[in-house]
Design a protein around this ligand. Structure first.
Ligand code: NAP
Length: 278
């Protein structure tokens, strides 16, 4: 039976399913993450996003245990850095993260950045495929990958479930999303609120918020949801966590979704993953 107090699930290529709204944990430290994750789970979040690089996996694990919600009900995503970009390295990265989180499987493990100059993300994906085959992860994925990073993976017969990328109404990322659609890769939006920048003060967003008696953040997250995107907003404040989760009981019109998408300014001000990464 579907629990309507939870976020809808999006099916993934390799058989798992991911909640459509999750909770981001950067840049929380262990203690903040433990408190925030426990609060988010009590609100209804079941997807928690962390990374080796955030140095808060212990806190995330602690928050999950403290929530009293069974581990099997929670979808945990983590990511590893470039030093683990080898077949064996991915397995070691899995072990390090699983130990810190205090779990015996990870739902979704991501290569955090492609680091193409190092040239070994394909090897890392071979390790991910191994972890997937023996159940140590339920899904595998990329983060910050461009089309020309994803294509060689597919050519090698490895299918990422997800590509987690910077995406908000000012950065709509159409080209890579088209590629994802064609290849059944789910698009997950990081900084879905534009990191609370001017996006939330944009006149179109604030007008729609007034019209629907919602907040600007809810309008933006509804825009993600209606396009089948998975979004992982972060907030330290339980009232904003709750606000960000309450986006499943109203709908923008198709025309309004298009108007919001027209706020796109392109990709000039986002990190170039051919150059940047860790
Ligand atoms: N894969 C990657 O390379 C990558 C990169 C960056 C981030 N991420 C992930 O994506 C998650 C989200 O991205 P993000 O944290 O950069 O940006 P975000 O979720 O778009 O925005 C977070 C900011 O928005 C504020 N905020 C949250 N809810 C709000 C609301 N309802 N109204 C007004 N302001 C609100 C937060 O402040 P308060 O906390 O004070 O509420 C915080 O300053 C991260 O936490 C991380 O898990 C992944």
């Amino acid at each position: 039976m579907t629990d309507t107090s939870l976020a809808p699930l999006v099916p993934l290529h390799n058989g798992a399913a991911i909640p459509q709204i999750g909770f981001g944990t950067w840049p929380l430290n262990d203690q903040e993450a433990a408190d925030a994750v426990a609060a988010a789970l009590s609100i209804g979040y079941r997807l928690i996003d962390t990374a080796e690089n955030y140095r808060n996996e212990r806190g995330v694990g602690e928050g999950i245990r403290r929530s009293g919600i069974d581990r099997s009900e929670v979808f945990i995503t983590t990511k590893f850095n470039k030093e683990w970009h080898s077949r064996q390295g991915a397995v070691e990265a899995w072990r390090n993260s699983a130990d810190k989180l205090g779990v015996d499987y990870i739902d979704l493990l991501l290569v955090h950045w492609p680091n193409p100059s190092q040239g070994t993300f394909g090897d890392a994906f071979q390790g991910l495929a191994e972890l997937l085959a023996d159940g140590r992860v339920r899904a595998i994925g990329a983060s910050n990958f461009k089309i020309h990073h994803l294509q060689p993976l597919l050519d090698a017969g490895v299918h990422p479930d997800v590509n987690q990328i910077q995406l908000d109404p000012r950065h709509t990322r159409e080209a890579v999303r088209d590629f994802h659609r064609t290849h059944n890769i789910v698009t997950e939006s990081w900084s879905p609120l534009g990191n609370a920048s001017e996006l939330l003060r944009d006149p179109l967003i604030t007008t729609l918020a007034g019209q629907y008696e919602r907040t600007p953040a809810q309008i933006v997250l509804r825009w993600h949801v209606q396009q089948g995107l998975v979004a992982i907003p972060k907030s330290i404040a339980p009232e904003r966590m709750a606000e960000n989760f309450a986006v499943f009981d109203f709908a923008l019109t198709e025309d309004e979704v298009q108007q919001v998408s027209a706020l796109n300014i392109g990709e000039h001000d986002i990190a170039d993953s051919d150059e940047f990464g860790h």
